[in-house]
Design a protein around this ligand. Structure first.
Ligand code: FUB
Length: 365
């Protein structure tokens, strides 16, 4: 994560001046910034303002919408390119009976202190359900400061979740997104570059000195998201981790220099009309992009941007069907105007007749 390109001068100064070591109250902040936030500028409004939330993974379980977001706090950690200021410690699970309904905060569903192997930074989670058990997948740095992906289980979608004693073997980097296909098979998509450490992994080996940015390899195929099939236990990978290849219109993999289109972080998968839609954030260029394939493993053909930049450094999304209509959950920084104190939102998503996703403009002109 990095906060350079889109911040206005004022916002940059504000972000760098964060000194409080206390968690801030989002409501207080809302009133402090009420004069400048101009609700009408935004396509949609924050779903919850009592706490800061980000990276919303939404699912329909038992006819209800459950949202598994990151819980942003102001931990007083100075901002840097590795995203150390995203120093989150727990997850609150939210639910809604309908898209425009009241949001219930079910409280802490999992805390970093209850993950035996965790060091710091509980980042974007996802959830899945199988055979009476709910699974919460989460990235966190281990005690050696390496991002791994863990899993926790519960009998209730709102938790509390109990973490497995170790990370998922063979997992690394961040942003797990678990997709269950119509045949019942589940797959985890994951990975993120820069602060997400994907560039430090080569053939299953970690190199802490791996290139900090991707700038040295501009003409080579871009680093890709990863996919692993999950075993029936939903706790382990079934076989090797593979690349999620995104091809351009000429059938060639997207290149590292193609910052407007290449994968950065925040993978999601949904299936529509028999096609597999791999969607993701382009990170430093701030778009959400889609690529379509015929199998969960890809390859996926790049289709275009489907969400323009939000207020904030970038967004992180999920796409879900609720009662026959499609929605995107995402975040921006409307409540705080601070990169690391985000708020989740939802808006409608439309599939065009040609199968592409209609462009969403999150800020009104
Ligand atoms: O919330 C921490 C990180 O910020 C997530 O893991 C990324 O996807 C980005 O949203």
């Amino acid at each position: 994560m990095r906060n350079i390109k889109k911040l206005s001068g004022l916002a940059l100064v504000m972000a760098l001046a964060v000194t409080s070591s206390c968690q801030q109250n989002a409501k207080k902040n809302t009133s402090e910034t009420a004069d400048t936030s101009k609700k009408s500028k935004y396509l949609s409004q924050p779903l919850i303002s009592e706490i800061y939330t980000a990276d919303p993974s939404a699912h329909v379980f038992n006819g209800k919408i459950y949202i598994y977001p990151s819980h942003d706090i102001d931990a007083g950690v100075p901002e840097n390119d590795n995203g150390d200021h995203f120093a989150m410690n727990d997850y609150h699970i939210l639910s809604m009976d309908s898209i425009n309904g009241k949001v219930t905060d079910h409280g802490v569903g999992l805390s970093i202190k209850d993950i035996p192997w965790a060091g710091r930074q509980l980042w974007a989670p996802d959830a899945a359900f199988k055979d009476g058990t709910y699974y919460l997948y989460f990235p966190v740095k281990d005690k050696q400061d390496v991002f791994r992906i863990g899993v926790a289980t519960a009998k209730d979608p709102a938790g509390p979740f109990k973490a497995e004693p170790k990370p998922i073997e063979g997992s690394f980097s961040i942003d797990p997104a678990v997709f269950t296909d119509t045949d019942g098979s589940s797959y985890m998509y994951f990975g993120g570059i820069w602060g997400g450490q994907l560039q430090r992994w080569n053939n299953g080996k970690y190199d802490a000195n791996g290139s900090k940015t991707d700038s040295q390899k501009e003409n080579e195929p871009a680093l890709t998201a990863k996919i692993a099939k999950l075993n029936k236990d939903m706790l382990t990978f079934d076989g090797a981790v593979k690349d999620v290849v995104i091809l351009d219109q000429n059938g060639k993999p997207l290149l590292t220099k193609d910052h407007d289109r290449r994968f950065f972080e925040g993978a999601w998968m949904h299936k529509y009309n028999g096609k597999y839609y791999f969607t993701y954030s382009t990170g430093d260029t701030h778009f959400l992009a889609s690529a379509i394939g015929d199998s969960p493993f890809g390859p996926f053909k790049y289709q275009g941007t489907f969400m323009n930049p939000v207020q904030g450094w970038t967004t992180h999304h999920s796409i879900v069907e609720v009662k026959g209509k499609w929605y995107i959950f995402y975040h921006d920084t409307q409540l705080s105007n601070k990169t690391h104190l985000r708020n989740i939102k939802v808006t409608a998503l439309t599939h065009n007749p040609d199968g592409t996703i209609a462009l969403i403009e999150p800020m009104k002109k």
